[in-house]
Design a protein around this ligand. Structure first.
Ligand code: HEM
Ligand SMILES: *[C@@H]1O[C@H](CO)[C@@H](O)[C@H](O)[C@H]1NC(C)=O
Ligand SMILES: *[C@@H]1O[C@H](CO)[C@@H](O)[C@H](O)[C@H]1NC(C)=O
Ligand SMILES: *[C@@H]1O[C@H](CO)[C@@H](O)[C@H](O)[C@H]1NC(C)=O
Ligand SMILES: *[C@@H]1O[C@H](CO)[C@@H](O)[C@H](O)[C@H]1NC(C)=O
Ligand SMILES: *[C@@H]1O[C@H](CO)[C@@H](O)[C@H](O)[C@H]1NC(C)=O
Ligand SMILES: *[C@@H]1O[C@H](CO)[C@@H](O)[C@H](O)[C@H]1NC(C)=O
Ligand SMILES: *[C@@H]1O[C@H](CO)[C@@H](O)[C@H](O)[C@H]1NC(C)=O
Ligand SMILES: *[C@@H]1O[C@H](CO)[C@@H](O)[C@H](O)[C@H]1NC(C)=O
Length: 546
């Protein structure tokens, strides 16, 4: 059986017929497949990166077990900023939404609070931003991690938001406004009166109101933060305590009736919706849906990726090339979900002439395997997986046109071919590429400055030219907005790597914090590009110079 990983029929059935899915799943389980994960057409840096941030990213570190900060919690701060950023949406004209415009709106009273700046500083520190995954996607991902970190539901994540370059309208609801204003504000944001009750309850299960920021609401100056409920976790205590009349939620029982906005909202349908949230399953399901919609509320014209609710199978990392003495090497990795120590994975590849590789492909068995370290979200889903590394030795004159994989579980089942849904993983061009083994991570011992010496191999002579566009998420700004720094630089001829075998080498120094680059080369008037090259997977040699 040749199992096409993109098999559209199976995923169609899975979506359309839950009953059938259960049966398919049982059958797959019986023959040894616990899961059927989906995959995507390679290359797709955006989906690969979204998967990587969600399932192998480091965001979970700051929200695991719902940790405290500023007398509230980090997840409470991350969830509030996501709502405030999204609050600019106007369903009538499609403007606004989750677009990181909050970075330009921090001086407004409605966005008061240290949590806003702290959250943006967190997101900056993770250095997640790329040209295709900006601060808005990071804020949305933060909300997903925040809810998960406090024991709430796992919210599917889509990428593709576009960062605003200016502030949006001043439309965050405030406690002193009346019910009609709030109902209208939520309608404008795309939520019905019932959904308003849900979204506020889902938000106000975390954190509370700070005395310094809302002294007219929290009038007791001894009270640093008045929590919305007695539990730190993402749970329905905010609901049950309200209905039991034991709530300490200051937006329900505060001394000033004007600012009891949660009371007005929660009671707006005679408590019917709040009663339904006494079921913790209903509460979790509703919050999953509403917070999911909240983070996916984006301006018209912005298209989000498919929602990711489980990791993609067969994720291929950036191929790393190197040329030396007539030989090209190409190193890459393949992530395969679930672990099976007896599994063997082989990379196969074809040359650019289709003559010197056997028709079945030249083989490169995996040279090492690594257990995948999953993020908080991956761990909560109980995932396991293995990453297989390969390094193919390739005749530089016949080169490589594409590669693919064969996976054998060695349990009697037929091997699986992973070929990107048919065409294989195609190497568009082999004329201009970052040379992984000639490039270096450099430490200047005199100043402890670190940088990357990038060497680009060009199949051409010294009349060729090369430029690099670097995306650096390590903003120099000391306050928001934290913007990705994108710079284009021309490379110089590399004296330490003389021309060899028809290749000429060019070099440039770039910051070690650059996470994505695009290379553009011109050889005799023809241009070649290596786009969105992932610098986070290179393994340049470390050198120290004085
Ligand atoms: C009428 C609508 C709303 C009003 C008037 C309102 C008002 C407030 C106020 C005054 C605070 C205290 C902020 C501070 O002291 O830092 C707060 C906190 C919070 N709000 Fe809302 N909110 C509303 C809706 C929402 C929604 C829809 C969400 C998210 C789904 C949300 C999430 C949060 C969170 C997580 C906190 C705690 C922040 C922390 O502890 O740092 N709120 N809200
Ligand atoms: C909590 O608030 C008190 C009083 O303002 C302050 O002394 C303490 O440092 C705060 N704790 C945290 C973790 O911010
Ligand atoms: C809830 O508490 C308030 C204030 O303590 C009180 O006025 C009200 O009668 C109570 N309602 C119920 C249903 O117990
Ligand atoms: C109650 O709050 C409103 C809105 O902040 C304010 O205008 C009013 O003065 C407050 N009333 C009292 C008695 O503090
Ligand atoms: C809703 O519940 C709250 C809290 O128990 C109560 O004070 C209020 O009177 C109720 N409202 C209605 C309309 O039942
Ligand atoms: C280069 O390759 C040739 C033959 O392919 C070999 O004889 C020679 O030793 C190699 N030189 C180096 C420096 O590896
Ligand atoms: C590389 O391929 C070329 C063309 O097929 C051939 O002439 C050459 O001998 C090969 N080099 C090596 C080292 O196999
Ligand atoms: C692959 O092998 C070549 C030749 O042995 C080596 O120069 C290169 O650094 C290796 N690539 C990786 C990523 O390990
Ligand atoms: C890279 O930095 C080193 C050390 O400062 C310097 O000697 C070298 O000329 C730089 N290379 C380029 C291409 O700027």
């Amino acid at each position: 059986m040749k199992l096409n990983p993109n098999c559209p029929k199976l995923s169609y059935m899975v979506q359309s017929f839950p009953l059938l899915y259960t049966r398919v799943n049982i059958i797959l389980t019986l023959i040894g497949y616990a899961h059927s994960f989906s995959t995507f057409q390679w290359p797709n840096p955006q989906l690969r990166y979204a998967d990587n941030q969600l399932y192998e990213g480091s965001m979970g570190i700051l929200v695991q077990d719902c940790p405290s900060r500023e007398n509230t919690t980090i997840p409470a701060q991350w969830l509030r900023i996501a709502y405030h950023d999204m609050s600019t949406h106007d369903i009538d004209d499609g403007s606004g939404g989750l677009d990181a415009s909050i970075q330009y709106e921090l001086d407004r009273p409605q966005n008061i609070g240290q949590g806003m700046i702290d959250s943006l500083n967190d997101f900056k520190a993770f250095r997640i931003a790329t040209p295709f995954f900006g601060m808005a996607d990071t804020i949305a991902l933060g909300a997903v991690f925040a809810v998960a970190g406090c024991g709430g539901p796992l919210i599917p994540f889509s990428a593709g938001r576009v960062d605003a370059t200016e502030p949006g309208p001043e439309t965050v609801p405030e406690p002193q406004q009346d019910l009609a204003s709030h109902t209208e504000a939520f309608r404008r944001q795309g939520f019905s009166p019932t959904e308003m009750i849900g979204l506020v309850a889902c938000g106000h299960t975390l954190g509370g109101v700070r005395q310094v920021d809302f002294p007219l609401i929290v009038t007791d100056t001894e009270d640093v933060v008045q929590s919305f409920d007695t539990t730190t976790n993402f749970d329905n205590a905010v609901v049950s305590e309200y209905l039991q009349n034991t709530t300490q939620n200051i937006l329900v029982v505060g001394p000033n009736v004007t600012t009891r906005s949660d009371f007005r909202i929660f009671a707006s349908d005679g408590n019917v919706t709040m009663q339904s949230f006494l079921s913790s399953d209903t509460f979790a399901e509703t919050c999953k849906d509403l917070i999911g919609r909240m983070i996916n509320t984006v301006p018209n014209g912005v298209t989000l990726t498919q929602p990711i609710s489980e990791p993609f199978d067969y994720v291929v990392s950036e191929p790393l090339f190197s040329y030396r003495n007539g030989t090209l090497s190409m190193a890459t990795t393949l992530r395969v979900m679930t672990e099976n120590p007896s599994r063997t994975v082989t990379m196969l590849w074809a040359d650019r002439q289709g003559s010197s590789c056997p028709p079945s492909g030249c083989t490169s068995p995996s040279i090492s395997t690594q257990e995948v370290v999953f993020s908080l979200i991956g761990n909560l889903q109980g995932l396991t997986g293995t990453r297989y590394s390969f390094n193919a030795t390739i005749n530089a004159s016949t080169s490589i046109s594409k590669f693919w994989f064969e996976i054998n579980e060695n349990d009697g089942s037929d091997p699986i071919v992973v070929d990107n849904g048919g065409p294989g993983f195609v190497i568009e061009q082999d004329s201009v590429f970052i040379d992984n083994s000639r490039s270096e991570n450099v430490l200047l011992s005199s100043s402890f400055d670190e940088y990357r010496k990038v060497v680009v191999a060009v199949r051409g002579d010294t009349s060729s030219s090369v430029s690099i566009t670097t995306s650096d998420p390590n903003s120099d700004a000391s306050a928001p907005p934290y913007l990705l720094t994108v710079i284009t630089t021309n490379l110089q001829l590399d004296d330490s790597n003389p021309s060899e075998g028809g290749f000429t080498f060019f070099t440039v120094n770039i910051s070690e914090t650059v996470n994505f680059v695009s290379i553009s080369g011109n050889i005799g008037g023809v241009s070649y590009v290596q786009e969105n090259f992932d610098m986070t997977v290179v393994n340049f040699a470390f050198v120290t110079i004085s």
